[in-house]
Design a protein around this ligand. Sequence first.
Ligand code: ATP
Ligand code: MG
Length: 652
Amino acid sequence: MTSYLASLNPEQRAAVTAPVGPVLVRAGAGSGKTRVLTLRIAYLIEQGAAPSSFLALTFTNKAAREMRERLRSLLGQRVRGLTTGTFHAICARILRAEIAGRIGSYTGDFTIYAADEQLQIAAEALSAVTVPRGASLLEPEELLRRISRAKSRLLTPRLAARFAGDPLDAYVAACYRRYQRALEQANALDFDDLILLTHRLFTEHPEVLEEYQERWRHILVDEYQDTDSSQHALVELLSRPYAGRPRSLFVVGDGMQSIYGFRNADHTIIGRFQHDFPEAQVVELRTNYRSRQSILDAAYAIIRHSKVVAPMALRAASQPGPGERIGARHAPAIQIFDARDARDEAEQIARCIGDLLRQGRRCREIAVLYRTRHMSRSFEQALRHARIPYSVRGSTGFYDRAVVRDALAYLRVINNPADNLSLTRIANTPARGLGAQALATLSAFAAQSGLPLSEALSHPEALDQLSPKAVSGARLLASLLARWRRYARTFTPDNLLGDVLETSGYMAALHERLSPEELPDARAHLQELVEAAGEHNTLSEFLQEVALLTSADDEDDERDQVQLLTIHAAKGLEWPIVFVAGLEEGTLPHERSLGTLEGVEEERRLCYVAITRAGERLYLSWAAGRVRGQQARPSRFLGEIEQYGRERAGRA
Ligand code: ATP
Ligand code: MG
């Protein structure tokens, strides 16, 4: 038997070696789901499958890289050719290659719009559609949530209008139509479109689907509990029996860890797997290889109260050692801190980490998890004071820096002439006479004549309406864009970016715009961006990579630092020592969730995910005065852990 099979328990081995068909591995945290999925690939390759016939979908790009690394050590160079990535990244790649001429007026150079660009387009759609009687004006954020929900269910604007049950729905559908049209005019897609349009491509063009079915004969999906309906539909399509071969679909997931309901993930999909695929084989894993038993007990104490997922108790693989009961005196696995406020909590955590380091633990063995991003600030401050190295995941903010965004906006307009939003951003940066008024005139002309803004820049009729200063600015920009688009065909992305920054006058203007203190930082950021661009062969490849970075992807794992991250970003990861902060009512569970059963349930699963990241030690903390002027109560989840501890002690 191949050696890695010997290292698996019997259920894991059954999953890895299951006959080809739909397979669901349903199991609790830390039971080896991701490991089994990886080894399934190795196993099928050893059985003769070609590496290029695999598509493995993971939750982050980082998880995909890790999977490749593990496979490389098992299989050597044979892993080349394997396709791994997130749903969004894979779909973006498919659409780049296939969208032109098949869906609307899109071309393969489309831009992927992120949240703030979406907001701008949503706001424009809202202002263009009259509010019908019986409906009230929506905020752009709310419109986007509704559009996203529709897209996650594969509803096009037309279908959304057809299924509209009341005036509000009809209003939303009208705004959705408008929003979608604006995106298409800008040759831009939002995140949900990546999935929706790939699905549409495959259903409207079966010959394209066949090509991909021919290539990807084995589909594997990690974290299946966090897929939404559109992703499930896509997986179903791609894995359909083809050319006499059975469906080869291998998914692993844990309903107890579904935490993306707020992004339309639907944890009931995994429960319906056997219904959707009656021939499915289902394997359950019950042994946890990550955590001490008392940590698993704490997780169970919380999840046992779930009203919507069937809770499953987990058994730790290793025998419980002494002092592993909750509250035991010596080296207890779990400790709870009470804090006055956020600062006190952070200082206690920093002190505790300092002690652990003095006992010989490494920084990289330690993670601090919290409910919302902004909570990182107090931990950063306390750790900085204590001189403990740390890194904050998902908020390096590199790509949010103004100079980086300016530079990217240049590249995006070069790559996609229809990208009006990016052009607006850089039209007068540096100043070239194209102020707000000139831009408004050009935009109005572009909208009327159905041209992209970048063509209006050199259109005689548009120029007629501008001041002489604006005319020369517009001409200059148009000629620069033409030059860079030519260069883009032969230059590498880093050389192109270097040229853009110099010839646009952006670098020179930076010296005037920024203070001497700010300047070195901005230059370093731009230099870093040039280097990042140098890692890619083409401009669109580089822009796509940037657009698809997820919050868990951007950290540097190699350094010995304490990790600070949100619970959401911690999914699938593990550390020997974990701090979960902010366990008070209003934070975890979050106050926004308190209104609905589904909301509180998702917080419960989130808390379960947080706790099950820990291997040896888990520290839980809460702060009474986190919000100034308010007294918070400890989280119900803390109460449940203590209650369960008492029940067990009573039984013992
Ligand atoms: P999560 O639900 O958090 O995503 P998971 O079910 O995917 O967890 P893995 O991350 O695959 O679990 O495994 C958890 C840990 O247990 C890893 O460190 C893994 O190497 C280890 N592990 C899994 N199976 C075994 C085994 N049979 N023997 C020893 N260690 C194992
Ligand atoms: Mg996993």
